[in-house]
Write a protein that binds this ligand. Structure first.
Ligand SMILES: CC(C)(COP(=O)(O)OP(=O)(O)OC[C@H]1O[C@@H](n2cnc3c(N)ncnc32)[C@H](O)[C@@H]1OP(=O)(O)O)[C@@H](O)C(=O)NCCC(=O)NCCS
Length: 217
């Protein structure tokens, strides 16, 4: 959610994690049959069309720097209905203007979408579950994903896929102030998970200590 007061702008989102050493499952599967796969550069043009970017070079640049892409197809492989990207090194979180630097065996899921005609069929959570299973086979241990406070569909899909909310983040920016990021832990989140998230960011992210707790960032 964005909030404008005087010259200060606040933007809030949430980070979720999924630990891959636990069963990866959802009780709410996709509402129509879909085929999932990891897409490579050979699908760059098709991906560019789905992503509504004019130049497939945008897609190729992502593959070139090691990003992975996963897709959901309908109708026997004829319709690319959903896609999602994964980074295992670092990635810019555009909405926040923040860089996440992944620790070993962690990945960050970003730029996911379901094409408008196919939304509301739970393709997104089904794709997230598929991604998690493949990434576990690749030896990864934990996944991170984020969504804006205002993006109900994304937040709902992430929860349906079994991710756990770890912390809410607020970006505070203004013309005459240094941009700050406040990270508010969700109740009951293990300290190790929270510290893992904190260590994925630079010093500009401050951990907000909930009243009555004695955490240190
Ligand atoms: C967020 C997004 C990927 C969700 O994809 P999806 O495949 O529609 O996901 P779901 O079907 O699980 O929908 C999630 C919730 O959104 C709601 N919803 C979204 N579109 C809907 C539609 N057309 N009809 C009915 N419900 C819809 C539903 O409440 C649904 O939850 P429910 O099925 O438990 O009721 C999709 O809305 C999208 O591409 N949005 C634009 C890009 C974006 O915001 N990406 C996420 C950030 S990376």
């Amino acid at each position: 959610m964005s909030h404008v007061a005087a010259s200060v702008v606040e933007h809030t989102g949430t980070f979720w994690s999924l630990d891959l050493d636990r069963p990866i499952t959802t009780s709410l599967p996709a509402r129509l049959p879909a085929t999932f796969l990891q897409a490579g550069p050979e699908r760059a043009e098709e991906l560019a069309m789905a992503m509504e970017v004019a130049d497939p070079a945008v897609v190729m640049e992502r593959f070139a720097r090691g990003c992975q892409c996963y897709v959901a197809y309908l109708d026997g492989g004829k319709i690319l209905a959903s896609y999602g990207w994964v980074s295992v090194n670092q990635e810019e979180i555009g909405e926040l203007g923040l860089t996440i630097r992944l620790r070993a065996r962690r990945a960050y899921i970003w730029d996911c979408a379901t094409l408008p005609p196919y939304r509301g069929r739970r393709l997104y959570p089904a794709l997230l579950v598929y991604m998690a299973r493949v990434l576990r086979e690749q030896g990864l241990r934990r996944l991170w994903i984020g969504a804006d406070a205002s993006n109900y569909a994304s937040r709902r899909g992430i929860e349906v896929a079994g991710f756990q909310a770890v912390a809410d983040v607020t970006r505070i920016a203004g013309v005459e102030i240094k941009t700050r990021y406040l990270l508010r832990p969700r109740p009951g989140v293990p300290e190790e998970v929270l510290q893992d998230l904190c260590q994925s960011f630079s010093q500009e992210v401050e951990l907000v200590v909930p009243p009555g707790e004695s955490r240190s960032a």
